[in-house]
Design a binder for this molecule. Structure first.
Ligand code: ZN
Length: 258
């Protein structure tokens, strides 16, 4: 156990503090369902900081959008503004390439240890304990880049980071908390869930997009119930930091015919 192993992380205000037994309440903002914090390996963090400082500019990769061309919605204005906004996010990234020491996160959520705490503290009642184990296991690279993107989204007028799971009722009318897209894209009153994916070198290819696309469609359908998204649109942003490529698409159910 190191000095970093007994901390909590508040998803709402990013506060990190000493872990109390059986209580995951944030000392700063009073949010009740914090996570046990997992310290992000300093070597990995430094590795990506140095990459960003030394590698070239991010480039929009056309291959992905060409691939998605026949399965995107007909709303041309939406597609145009979305692509433009994603390019702006990566431009902000570019402009901050020497500030990433302060932008890349130091902590992430330790889902496994959180589940144990919540089950003890809440006696298994309430949302969070049961479905927390179903959440995605992202790579450290994914966590680091998503943390940065979250900050850039906060500064963008059309993007909004999603900090805590969105509660919803399943078919059996049970409250679930396993639904947490990365961001909302807010456009003309519509709220479209966005899935952000990073890929390692040479892995930004069609066969690897399928998982992200499926996940994105699930969120599209759920958001039609929880938010204003009647057409069940969902969005995906993909990037490969080492190859400096990024791309994006808004999709609907047509994607099944891809
Ligand atoms: Zn807080």
């Amino acid at each position: 156990m190191s000095e970093f192993d007994n901390l909590y992380l508040c998803p709402v205000c990013d506060n990190v503090g000493p872990l109390n037994p059986d209580d995951l309440t944030c000392d700063k903002c009073d949010f009740k369902s914090c996570y046990v914090a997992r310290h992000i390996n300093e070597g990995t963090r430094k590795f990506w900081i140095q990459k960003e400082e030394s590698l070239g500019n991010w480039r929009f990769e056309k291959r992905f959008s060409t691939m998605m061309k026949n399965v995107i919605p007909d709303d041309k204005e939406l597609i145009k503004i979305f692509s433009k906004s994603v390019k702006e996010l990566f431009r902000t990234f570019q402009q901050n390439k020497n500030n990433l020491r302060d932008i890349f996160p130091n902590y992430t959520r330790d889902y496994k240890r959180t589940t144990g705490r919540r089950e003890r503290g809440w006696k298994g009642k309430g949302p969070g304990a049961k479905s927390i184990t179903m959440q995605k296991q992202s790579s450290l690279r994914g966590i680091i880049y998503e943390g940065a993107m979250n900050k850039f989204c906060e500064e963008h007028e059309l993007f909004e980071p999603i900090r805590i799971p969105v509660p919803y009722y399943d078919d059996k009318r049970e409250l679930q908390t396993d639904y947490e897209p990365d961001f909302w894209f807010n456009f003309n009153g519509q709220q479209i869930p966005v899935e952000f994916k990073t890929y390692e070198k040479t892995k930004m290819v069609k066969s690897n997009f399928i998982r992200g696309i499926k996940q994105s469609r699930k969120y599209g359908h759920k958001s039609a119930i929880t938010h204003n998204n009647p057409k069940t649109y969902s969005a995906i942003i993909v990037c490969c930091p080492e190859e400096r490529k990024f791309s994006c698409a808004i999709i609907d159910d047509k994607v099944k015919h891809m």
